[in-house]
Design a protein around this ligand. Structure first.
Ligand SMILES: O=C(O)c1cc(=O)[nH]c(=O)n1[C@@H]1O[C@H](COP(=O)(O)O)[C@@H](O)[C@H]1O
Length: 236
């Protein structure tokens, strides 16, 4: 999994819009994220279409339900050819273990399976909102670290977090436990609904294993130029 490429969040409303977008990159292999908006509009085949167009796919459906249901969902998703799949750590260790079982069942003994990464605290969640709405009294980083430890105990490949928490997670888990970080904004870019944001170059210094970038690329006047600028900063 080549995470020297920023993962582009393809938050667009149709398969056609997704295909039109990746065609702008003329032969360059991208790492794209198919999230709820695109997956629910275009169906599972959009993942296959992206694979056939030569791109790696992060399937971001943030599974969060009882273990049996998540196991079935993961089984259904296992053969699409995605490299990464998200679940919510808040669903618990048994739920994350069930996701891994479902993937194994769906892929068969030899089949390639996506790596599972667990959402910790969404990057749109501020420390104040976490305290007020989730009634979590410890500092936000403690909550994220707790989810990371539970995710590691479940056997998943890593977590999704803000770059602000990446170094502490690396220390609390291991170097190879993935820290995928959305909430990326180039200097001066509109933050929008994100709460915990970091620039691409700072994310690299802060021990992120991979960055996820949506609007700063997808809604840029020149998405190819924006992508290459962010990629250069991330790899600097
Ligand atoms: O799982 C994710 O990718 C995710 C987790 C998280 O905590 N925060 C977060 O922003 N994301 C996703 O990352 C992308 C960020 O998009 P932009 O804010 O447009 O860069 C969106 O597709 C979100 O769904």
């Amino acid at each position: 999994m080549d995470t020297s490429r920023p993962i582009i969040a393809l938050d667009v409303p149709s398969a056609q819009a997704a295909l039109d977008f990746v065609r702008l990159f003329e032969g360059e292999s991208l790492f794209v994220k198919v999230g709820m908006e695109l997956f629910y509009a275009a169906g599972p085949q959009v993942v296959t279409q992206m694979r056939e167009a030569g791109h790696d796919v992060f399937c971001d459906l943030k599974l969060h339900d009882i273990p049996n249901t998540v196991r079935g969902a993961a089984r259904s998703l296992s053969r699409l050819g995605a490299s990464l799949l998200t679940v919510h750590a808040a669903g618990g260790q048994a739920m994350m273990e069930a996701a891994l079982e479902g993937l194994r069942e769906g892929a068969g003994a030899e089949g390639e399976q996506p790596s599972v990464v667990a959402i910790t605290q969404l990057t749109s969640t501020s420390p104040e909102a976490m305290r007020r709405e989730q009634l979590i009294e410890v500092p936000l980083q403690e909550s994220v670290l707790n989810y990371a430890r539970v995710a590691q105990a479940a056997g998943v490949a890593g977590v999704v977090c803000s770059a602000w928490e990446a170094a502490a997670i690396k220390d609390a888990t291991s170097e190879d436990f993935l820290r995928i970080t959305p909430g990326i904004r180039p200097e001066g870019a509109d933050i929008g609904d994100q709460a915990r944001v970091v620039t691409p170059s700072k994310a690299a210094q802060m021990a992120s294993s991979g960055i996820v970038v949506g609007r700063p690329i997808v809604q840029a006047a020149d998405p190819v130029a924006a992508y290459h600028e962010i990629k250069a900063a991330w790899n600097s």
